[in-house]
Design a protein around this ligand. Structure first.
Ligand code: HPA
Length: 288
């Protein structure tokens, strides 16, 4: 572990604060999606598992010993312990990006800490640009697989065999059963889901149009600056992964490519976020 993070200390402190409560799963909320579990009660139907959701504990990352601090816009940097039905879930409101200057080990804190807290699975949400011209801003993409173009890996350096293998398999990094659960839940709720491959880049600058055309030709449907590092770490430590990307802008790099702004990204993240809000509580309540 990099010296400025100490996830065992973070786990120990959280455990003390929550009477040793373990979690079944965790959720990481990405750009513009931070309020996913604060949704307006009046818009919920009576079967929504959020009606039976309690906030048991919350703490800013800055208060958790050994935890990096999130600096990205719209990333609150708060850990919450919630209870949905009978399930205890950890919510990371804000993640650690490589572009903020964090190492890949730091960026993977959400995954490794989830595992230390007892999680079996992790749900990763994020914002992404659409390389696939059939996608529209406001869509939600179920991530089937990824291409790691960041040039980083959280597994570089010494391997802790107690956490995972030196050469972990990545052939099914996004758990097929969780993809089926998401697809099934979306169909039940008549919410349309795109499906595709996520290309992870370092950022923070957005891609040139030539880079976007290259990423598309490499087989990717969406591009973003997160996800891949956490997924590698999650696969390493044995967590099942479900990832949903909020499509926030068109990033085809074609002749009609528009200039991207953070305002547009956040606005469309909210549109996709309302679809995710409708899906996630049901998905989470069925995680094992
Ligand atoms: N590129 C990279 N990351 C992003 C984008 C994009 O177009 N949109 C949202 N996150």
């Amino acid at each position: 572990m990099t010296p400025n993070i100490n996830l065992s200390a973070a786990r120990q402190w959280l455990s003390e604060q929550t009477s040793g409560q373990t979690i079944t799963a965790s959720v990481v909320l990405g750009s513009g999606l931070g309020s996913l579990f604060d949704s307006d009660t009046t818009s919920r139907d009576k079967h929504d598992p959020l009606n039976d959701c309690d906030l048991l504990f919350e703490a800013p990352y800055s208060q958790i010993p050994g935890m990096p601090i999130s600096t990205a816009p719209e990333h609150a940097g708060v850990f919450k312990l919630i209870k949905i039905g009978e399930k205890h879930i950890g919510v990371f409101q804000g993640r650690f990006h490589l572009y903020e200057g964090y190492s890949a080990r730091e960026a993977s804190s959400t995954a490794y800490l989830s595992r230390l807290l007892g999680a079996q699975s992790i749900v990763l949400t994020n914002a992404a640009g659409a390389l696939n011209a059939d996608f529209s801003p406001g869509d939600v993409m179920l991530v089937e697989d990824h291409l790691n173009f960041t040039g980083h890996s959280p597994l570089r350096g010494e391997n802790d065999e107690a956490i995972g293998l030196r050469f972990p398999d990545m052939s099914r990094a996004y758990t097929p059963a969780l993809q089926q659960l998401a697809t099934h839940t979306a169909a039940q709720k008549s919410i349309s889901l795109q499906t595709g491959i996520y290309a992870g880049v370092l950022g923070p600058e957005l891609e040139t149009s030539a880079e976007r055309r290259f990423l598309r030709s490499s087989g990717a449907d969406a591009v973003g600056m997160s996800l891949v590092i956490e997924t590698i770490a999650a696969a390493h430590c044995g967590l099942d992964v479900l990832a949903l990307s909020a499509i926030t802008n068109s990033a085809t790099g074609g002749p009609d490519q528009q200039v991207d702004t953070i305002e547009e990204v956040l606005e469309n993240a909210a549109v996709a976020g309302s679809k995710m809000s409708a899906l996630l509580p049901t998905i989470i309540s069925q995680l094992y």
